[in-house]
Ligand binder design. Structure first.
Ligand SMILES: [Zn+2]
Ligand SMILES: [Zn+2]
Length: 196
């Protein structure tokens, strides 16, 4: 039996869209190679760091993953190689390619829907705020018909509190025809005669 411990740069495709081992990051392999009747039995573990994002709130995720691998690499002329041609991995000369084995093990071990925490509430459907950051976040839900009534109320309010009724006093204000100038100008200059 031979033991192989090696750290390699992670190839592409170790993972799924939302969670994977970044390309080029460290992938630690700790493997045992055993010569058996049919070929070489590879077993051991692979360890790597994952990066991705929570599928609910898109928060970046980082976590480690360690997976067990075990695979028989069969001699091409062995009986098990002939029995399941599609299922069995073959030795290619003296080489065995563990990358697909490690890839399968990692992809199988990943959660399909990675989340930052099991009870992550996700994002606000109204404004996109991350709800885990803002407990009690919410919006006043207003029916469109009530919203129209709210608009009418606002219009009434502005008429009652409008500037027209705030400048009732002073004869100069009354001398000036409506629309000829702002109330401030009229007040400071006292009359139409002095206007430029
Ligand atoms: Zn989340
Ligand atoms: Zn919101």
């Amino acid at each position: 039996m031979r033991r192989v411990t090696r750290t390699v740069a992670a190839p592409e495709g170790l993972g799924i869209d939302v969670l994977s081992v970044p390309v080029g990051s460290e992938l630690e392999l700790d493997l045992r190679l055993e010569a058996v009747m049919e070929g070489v039995l590879v077993s051991g573990s692979a360890h790597a760091a994952l990066a991705g994002e929570c599928v609910r709130c898109l928060e970046p995720l980082e976590q480690d993953i360690e997976v067990d691998v075990q695979e028989l690499f069969a001699y091409p002329e062995s009986s098990s190689a002939e029995a399941d041609e599609d299922e069995v991995r073959l030795l290619e000369g003296d080489l065995l390619d563990v990358e697909p084995v490690v890839r399968d093990a990692i992809v199988l071990a990943l959660p399909l829907q990675p989340v930052c925490s099991e009870d992550c509430p996700g994002l606000c459907s109204e404004c996109g705020a991350r709800l885990a950051d803002e407990p009690g976040h919410g919006h006043d839900v207003v029916d469109a018909r009530w919203a129209a009534l709210g608009g009418l109320l606002d219009a009434d309010g502005s008429e009652q509190d409008g500037p027209e009724q705030d400048v009732p006093s002073g004869p100069s204000g009354r001398d000036v025809p409506a629309g000829s100038g702002t109330p401030d100008q009229d007040g400071s200059h006292g009359g139409p005669a002095e206007r430029r």
